[in-house]
Design a protein. Structure first.
Ligand SMILES: [Mn+2]
Length: 333
């Protein structure tokens, strides 16, 4: 359930966190995609108490650059040999809609708290666990609400930059923002030292190696446009940068872009839809959840950006998605 009673949520979260930190170390674990929202949320929240530590499997490109440039504390974990501190007070998970999206096995019998803004949720939580699932554009908005109310001294320039970068990237440079997202942006920009224009320029600097550029171009070359029911889908496959490729496909005027990748026995689907498409009734997160129901694996996300991963081969996974899209009726036309 999406909760709208944010102040009650924040109070429960503060109690949970205070208790956990008094019992031991509390890792804040990021989603395995390592996007700026999950990393920014973890790093920012970790400033609230010395027992908190931001960590995760992977740093995405933008997040890596931010963490390095701002010298933000973040610890990389390994998939197979994660050594947890002796005494764990709890675990916070940020920006992951399911255990599979964390990518590492979590220690047992430790209280868990999940902060998330995806519309799907596959966490099974016990009595000592807590879920804050808000209808916001980025998880950094939840973290900033918390810090503003319970730990304002933690909102240093570095922390505010990490939070704003997460908000900036998850809203597609505010193209998918709502009034709440703008409010958080205003809150984060209030205070000294943060020049918005140069900050955006810094976050947006994208570097592509010649081989990555080649992959993107081949991915575009392979792209196929199909009509599935009442919808247009442009799909392709690529070994890297699927999110960027999907956005490029949306730029061609596709209603829905689908990019698949097969590697090491696992298939991954990445989809994007334009706002026009989501307003007509497409919800990619729900579609990816239906794909998981149909062929297994794990899927979910937002209305305009979502993903699925599983053991099925690439062609079967693509077909499943395309079939699910055909079942959706176009509204308001
Ligand atoms: Mn997010």
């Amino acid at each position: 359930m999406i909760s709208n009673d944010h102040s009650n949520d924040l109070a429960s979260f503060h109690d949970w966190l205070t208790e956990a930190c008094s019992n031991g170390a509390v890792p804040i674990i990021t989603g395995k995609n390592g996007d700026m929202d999950t990393i920014g949320s973890a790093v920012a929240l970790s400033s609230a108490h010395p027992n908190l530590m931001a960590c995760g499997l992977h740093l995405g490109r933008t997040a890596k650059r931010m963490v390095e440039t701002l010298q933000a504390p973040f610890r990389k974990l390994s998939e197979h040999q994660t050594v947890w501190p002796q005494t764990l007070g709890g675990i916070v998970i940020v920006d992951a809609a399911a255990p599979g999206q964390v990518g590492i096995s979590l220690p047992k019998d430790v209280p868990v708290c999940v902060l998330d803004h995806h519309s799907t949720c596959d966490w099974e939580l016990g009595n000592n666990d807590l879920l804050l699932q808000w209808d916001v554009r980025a998880t950094t908005q939840i973290v900033d609400s918390y810090l503003t109310k319970y730990s304002p001294q933690s909102r240093s320039l570095v922390v505010r930059k990490m939070l704003l970068a997460g908000l900036l990237t998850d809203t597609g440079r505010f193209r998918h923002a709502d009034i709440g997202a703008f409010q958080t942006a205003v809150d984060l920009l209030t205070g000294d030292d943060l020049d918005y224009a140069s900050f955006v320029e810094f976050v947006e600097t994208q570097t592509t190696t010649p081989s990555e550029r080649g992959s993107l171009l081949r991915g575009l070359e392979r792209a196929t446009s199909v009509e599935s029911g009442e919808w247009n889908i442009v799909y392709t496959h690529s070994g890297t940068l699927e999110g960027r490729l999907a956005s490029l496909l949306i730029g061609t005027g596709a209603e829905i872009a689908l990019v698949s990748r097969f590697r090491d026995g696992e298939t991954r689907l990445t989809a994007r839809a334009s706002r026009h498409t989501t307003l007509k009734g497409i919800h990619l997160g729900e579609l990816m959840a239906s794909v998981a129901e149909q062929i297994g694996g794990e899927g979910g996300g937002h209305d305009g950006a979502a993903g699925w991963s599983g053991k099925t081969d690439r062609i079967a996974a693509e077909s499943s998605f395309i079939t699910q899209v055909a079942l959706i009726k176009r509204s308001g036309e």
